[in-house]
Design a protein around this ligand. Structure first.
Ligand code: FAD
Ligand code: NAI
Length: 480
């Protein structure tokens, strides 16, 4: 029996993989996409971590919990009275599951529309293909689909898994990864979070807003070290005021499950021994590339010392015609970064010369206030010895923010001292996730701070804070 042959086989149907498959199909290739994620009925659930246990469900829960928080604490400011406010966690989770399913179904539809053959199962290397497919590979699919395929180009988009803290394996009941953190059926009275990174803060915010007493334990002495210091300080102030207990500079000694819940023994920043007893514990200490099941050894695929698939700047692996993208390779673990690499690889296979600009990949933390940034931070510029100018504008002085009742935070611009080129934009405050897009466009076009300052922004809008921060670079804010 001859194998089905494809120009391109993509292994993994997350945001990197399914987008690579669609772009390759648009470019005229015959394409297969293999993904093993199962929904609770055992059927296909493409979209990867992002759709199933990441970006999408977390944002659904952040929205629900934000509504609850608004209703409980802020509606009264608008004259809206509520008595007997309740939260139906099962309904909230059901809504989240529906949102996830809509995305799974949407991806299946898109693959079909673009004539990508979808295979539900695990894809692994068998061997380099025979002469019929020069430079190609034989890939076995096992699972709901069971067959061998042959592809001239292979794109690996196998994503990542939550990093395990030694001695504290996930059981997803008491000790939770992102998966369990998104599925709790009741609000824990006490919730512990190890790691105050993106997942810790987003998931901690969800459950705090719903009533949990949340304590975060972070190893580093600084809060959100990768974020501009001034922005991180402002965010820390806001989160602490909301009731999130953030302990920095801790060293975890032991995580022990108790009769009820779990206890965490740690040394605090002063070197004193402490114990935290909680009902549930989320461990969010980073993620590691997922290459399990690829049978990488069969073809000699090179991994680096951290188990990440080794690639060059163009996502080429050590093997001819084998590419790798997204969380499985170096660089930020973000869905939009995976997508950009997916598009770029498909275009490179077609002989084009695309470029992914890592310096303009935006970051967003979807807490309240939201945190978003692009480009370099002030501390990075100082370290580089680059001469820069800074301009900030607080949302407190923005009319739209006042009308919204959401005046926490600021927009901050960093521009080259001589040329005025924008080097970084940092936002903490309302709708930061949307506002950052203007800064990304500006940086892609190598705009100066003055370019933004001279653009007409709608009034009243939060985006006026962006214009004002750009004006502030030249010390000529109009409204502050
Ligand atoms: P994945 O999305 O992990 O997809 C990989 C797919 O490959 C999976 O379906 C997996 O089952 C499949 N697979 C693996 N091996 C095989 C195999 N051998 N055969 C067949 N299939 C295989 N990023 C953002 O940009 N914004 C956010 O708001 C955001 N929120 C997040 C929230 C949480 C809680 C988490 C955990 C992550 C979040 N991320 C967010 C990160 C984002 O989810 C990842 O960066 C993104 O999913 C990476 O995409 P990917 O395609 O590389 O891998
Ligand atoms: P992270 O890298 O963002 O944060 C991990 C934190 O854990 C760090 O602050 C680290 O210092 C700390 N840590 C590590 N080991 C520790 C230990 N032993 N004890 C205490 N603290 C420890 O990783 P996280 O939150 O797990 O998220 C993984 C990735 O998923 C993110 O880096 C991001 O790329 C992606 N993501 C993106 C989101 C977004 O774009 N909004 C949302 C959620 C996740």
């Amino acid at each position: 029996m001859s194998n089905k042959q494809f120009d391109v086989i993509v292994i993994g149907g997350g945001p990197g993989g399914y987008i690579a498959a669609i772009r390759a199909a648009q470019l005229g290739f015959s394409v297969a996409c293999i993904d093993e994620w199962k929904n609770d009925k055992g059927g296909p659930a493409p979209g990867g971590t992002c759709t199933n246990v990441g970006c999408i469900p977390s944002k659904a829960l952040l929205q629900s919990s934000e509504h609850f928080d608004q209703a409980g604490h802020h509606f009264a400011d608008h004259g809206i009275g509520l008595s007997n406010l309740t939260m139906d966690i099962a309904k909230m989770q059901g809504r989240k599951d529906t949102v996830v399913k809509q995305n799974n179904d949407g991806i299946l539809y898109l693959l079909k529309k673009n004539k990508v053959s979808f295979f539900h199962g695990r894809g692994s290397f068998v061997k380099p293909a025979n002469a019929a497919v020069e430079g190609g590979y034989e890939i076995a699919v096992t699972g709901n689909a069971n067959e061998n395929l042959t592809g001239k180009h292979i794109v690996l988009a196998t994503g990542s898994n939550a990093r395990v803290l030694p001695g504290a394996p996930f059981d997803e009941e008491i000790i939770l990864s992102n998966d369990g953190a998104l599925k709790m059926s009741a609000v824990p009275a006490k919730l512990g979070v190890i790691g105050s990174g993106v997942i810790g803060l987003e998931m901690g915010s969800v459950w705090r807003r719903l009533g949990a007493d949340v304590t975060v334990l972070e190893a580093l002495p600084t809060f959100l070290g990768a974020v501009d210091e001034q922005i991180a300080k402002e965010a820390h102030k806001a989160f602490t005021k909301q009731g999130l207990k953030i302990n920095l500079g801790v060293k975890i000694s032991e995580v022990k499950k108790a009769k009820k819940g779990v206890s965490v023994a740690y040394t605090d920043a002063k070197g004193e021994a402490q114990t935290l007893s909680v009902d549930k514990l989320i461990i969010s200490i980073g993620r590691t590339a997922n290459t399990i099941g690829l049978n990488a050894e069969a073809v000699g695929l090179k991994l680096d010392e951290r188990g990440t698939i080794a690639v060059d700047d163009h996502c080429k692996t050590n093997l001819p015609n084998v590419w790798a993208i997204g969380d499985a390779v170096r660089g930020p673990m973000l869905a939009h970064k995976a997508e950009e690499e997916g598009v770029a690889v498909a275009e490179r296979i077609a002989g084009q010369h695309p470029h992914v600009n890592f310096n303009t990949v935006p970051w967003v933390i979807y807490t309240a206030p939201e945190i978003a940034w692009v480009g370099q931070t002030e501390q990075q510029l100082k370290l580089e010895g680059r001469a820069y100018k800074a301009g900030t504008f607080p949302f407190m002085a923005n009319g739209r923010a006042r009308a919204l009742g959401d005046t926490t935070g600021m927009v901050k611009f960093l521009a080259d001292a001589k040329t005025d080129e924008i080097l970084g934009v940092h936002i903490v405050g309302p709708q930061a996730s949307e506002l950052i897009a203007e800064a990304v466009v500006a940086m892609e076009f190598k705009a100066s701070a003055e370019d933004i300052a001279r653009i007409c922004h709608a009034h009243p809008s939060l985006s006026e804070a962006t214009k004002e921060a750009a004006l502030a670079v030249d010390k000529r804010s109009l409204n502050f």
